[in-house]
Design a protein around this ligand. Structure first.
Ligand code: F6R
Length: 237
């Protein structure tokens, strides 16, 4: 595990952008895993800038996303496919048929099979929930879980209410890559910023590996890069 502690969100995003850009240049036909949420927004801005400068191309890339809400109409402004269009895919030359999200209306195992058929995920980008979740693998998720439908934890519903008009509008379920699906990625880059993530960061990286802290599984990954800002790393000694 490599942990980089940087001063702020801008530095975290630019360090992450340089790692992801290098990986895309090295594996231009690779399968790359993306996350949504506030954390990777600046990283995606920097990847768009790098694409616009002609440094990277998404033309032959295949993408998978970690998760998608269940119950939002297609095209809903808070759906994760809309998020990815707005923050990355709509601004680069990725082919629309190369973009993949886990789906609730088909057997979720198809998603894992697809990933395996592609030779696995070259690099998976992860954010971290304040409760230690990765993807929507909430506390208690089995470490050997695969892509499946899950109930969102009350703390996730509260955390994500900021994106909706009210907490009642936050979906209660999602479809998510499983923990084992994420752990099978060849490389993982985990980003966490802000004081609200400090405790989760400490429990994931230094605490015992337990299904009560889903991100603690990452301690066993053989190629994990963690990039933190000062406040998210404040509880690491
Ligand atoms: C998003 C995802 C989540 C987020 C996590 C952190 O696709 O799977 O695990 O990465 O909830 O969200 P932010 O970045 O909004 O703090």
């Amino acid at each position: 595990m490599l942990i980089e502690k940087l001063a702020n969100y801008e530095q975290v995003s630019s360090a992450a952008a340089s790692i992801v850009s290098d990986a895309i240049s090295e594996h231009p036909k690779g399968l790359f895993g993306f996350a949504t949420g506030s954390t990777p927004v600046k990283l995606y801005e920097l990847l768009i800038a790098s694409y616009q400068r002609g440094e990277i191309s998404f033309e032959q890339l295949t993408t998978v996303n970690l998760d998608e809400y269940i119950g939002l109409p297609s095209g809903h402004e808070q759906s994760y496919s809309t998020f990815m269009q707005q923050h990355l895919f709509g601004h680069v030359n990725v082919r629309s048929n190369s973009i993949h999200f886990p789906k609730a209306d088909t057997n979720p195992a198809i998603f894992d099979q697809f990933i395996q058929d592609q030779g696995g995920i070259e690099m998976q980008i992860l954010g971290l929930g304040s409760n230690g979740h990765i993807g929507f693998n909430e506390p208690g998720s089995p470490f050997d879980s695969r892509t499946r439908i899950v109930d969102l934890a009350p703390s996730t519903i509260t955390d994500n209410a900021r994106f909706f008009d009210s907490v009642e509008d936050v979906p209660r379920q999602a479809v998510t890559m499983g923990i084992q699906t994420i752990m099978d990625a060849h490389r993982i880059i985990l980003l966490a910023c802000g004081p609200g993530k400090a405790e989760a960061v400490e429990r994931c990286l230094l605490g015992p590996q337990t299904e009560e802290v889903p991100g603690s599984c990452l301690q066993s990954h053989s190629d994990l890069i963690v990039i933190l800002d000062e406040s998210a790393s404040s509880k690491l000694t």
